[in-house]
Design a protein around this ligand. Sequence first.
Ligand SMILES: *Cc1c(COP(=O)(O)O)cnc(C)c1O
Length: 227
Amino acid sequence: MTSIAERLRQVRQRIRDAEHRYGRPEGAVQLLAVSKTKPVAAILEALAAGQTAFGENYLQDALPKQEALADQPIQWHFIGPLQSNKTKLVATSFDWVHSLEREKIARRLNDQRPDHLPPLNVCLQVNVSGEASKAGVNPETVQELADAVAAYPRLRLRGLMCIPAPADDEQSQRAPFRRLRELQQALLANGADLDTLSMGMSADLEAAVAEGSTLVRVGTDIFGARE
Ligand SMILES: *Cc1c(COP(=O)(O)O)cnc(C)c1O
């Protein structure tokens, strides 16, 4: 079996190759290791291999791991669906939220972010594939939500995030990522201060890097398939 350290090395190499191929500066794309459903031991292996940013989807799965790893220099990213009754713990235990899609949730996160912590970094999740069932704010209302979030002092709006519908070929994979980049550019043109495009996963990270991703979220290709 391939070790987590070896898989991490391969994913980092893929990112570097894609940066090079698509004319991105070296180091322009950060790697978020998605450790959802994976045990503490797997996170420790990745940490030992130099990975410090980890993404979790499920609060109940994440909290015991965070407790077990409290003395480790980990940056925690919440990337899953976020309901009102979970905001308090997310505001307390995470450094980033990638899946913000409603103003009500933003207000709660702002109010519940502890004073001794820096503002919570947030990305707005956008529904770029246009399917009714998919999570994320509608592209037409991104500006409105961005303006609302930017006004909250305990939140720091960093950029946009998407999870497009799966596609096999790179051209089809690139279209929704391009759309997200264009939405980001429109926000920037209107004066927003953003530095993050959270897009790309195990199966489509090259397409995302080609379209300007600054952070890819990779689970399977680092930790193996999830049960
Ligand atoms: C699970 C998940 C990932 C990682 O997906 P892989 O295909 O395992 O790399 C990335 N982003 C989000 C929001 C996820 O839920």
